[in-house]
Design a protein around this ligand. Sequence first.
Ligand code: HAM
Length: 426
Amino acid sequence: MGKGGDGLKAPRGTRDFYPEDMRRRNWLFDQFRRSAHAFGFEEVDAPMVEHLDLFRRKAGEEIVDQLYHFTLHDRELALRAEMTPSIARMVIARQGAMRFPIRWFTVTQNWRYERMTRGRRREHFQWNMDIWGEPGVEAEAELLSAMFHALDGLGLARGKVGVRLNSRALLEESLRTGVLADRPDVFEPLCVVIDKIDKIGAQAVTEQLCDPDGKVGLSAGEAETVIEMLSARSLDDAARFTAEGSGAIADLRKLYDLLDAYGIADHVPFDASVVRGLAYYTGVVFEAFDTAGELRAIAGGGRYDRLAETLGGKPVPAVGFGFGDAVIAELLADEGLWPDLERDVQDVVYAFGPEEKPAAIGVASRLRRDGRRVELCLGKAKLKRVLGDADKVGADRVFLIGEDERTRGVVKVRDLAAKEETEEPL
Ligand code: HAM
């Protein structure tokens, strides 16, 4: 056993899913799938192991340093850290043959070697919804509405979760005549640095933005504008930093009109400090959070119109979000919203002795063919215990076959709810 190795425990930051955990996980994923289907999205999947290069980027993102990667037969591979690059790869591979816009969703496991905190683990599941081929903010509005559809479905009262929203295009516009005029490539690392402001503070961010040997190299004046911009909490306030007729502001106003039509605008505050830590976002970005402010982000997403090109495809606009399973699980627990989920057995079939086993198998097989969920008692189970367990799992009926029933060619059917017993022919 290597470092920290306790061979009987799952590796730190990963989880075993026992039946009771699996029931919750499936329930949660069902809600995700239900919401995605309600919006006409189709489910896709991709391998958990990808070429390392798909994830390796030069913008200094945390996610790149957190990759689980390995070399096998001279191939450099990595466990998926997020779904978006795989989705992009899939879209590019069929780009000429596809009819856009496409609406895809996934529910997949991702791996990141993270520092562990509440709701942050080294393995997590994410529900992703992405729209490819739609440049307008109607796509953003539809996605945000799907997110609230899921939150409603999980039983969270409106107001428990909010979505802070901003646009990277605003920042880009305000710097277009400055540093970005001759170095457009600094925009990605710039956003990655700004994203750290909550963690390291404005002073440290300014230092990194202005560091002549760093990836960004803003002037002190530019850095000051950037930091000041981040404090805007309304579109009017943010508009002060851009030129008259700003496209980004016009887009945001349009988006808020749409969110109003969906009835969710009040839960999506504008917040210029949201830039997100992934380099590929180009436009609107957003992050869902618990309004009590106790947990880390529940979900995050945004527009990434240049990712296809970056990965070698033709340009195609895209926007989407990832919604993790871990933070929402904490919130559902805090709010007492996890439903009671029991084992789901409908019928239990019990044979009193070895002579009755073939008849019991016959009964169980018939019920299973009819689509019932059937537990056939194995070995020498005690009747009292079988009946108690059947009651506990909420079974509808127990089928009993003893010597008497076998010789008469019948099976006793005990209806647990009605507390009635009848007989059926075998
Ligand atoms: P992300 O912000 O890295 O974005 O992750 C999205 C969500 O996944 C987070 O808000 C959080 O709920 C969950 N999550 C991320 N890392 C962890 C972790 N270590 N433990 C538990 N939960 C975690 C993305 O991954 C983008 N690819 C999302 C996206 C899709 N953007 C466009 N389309």
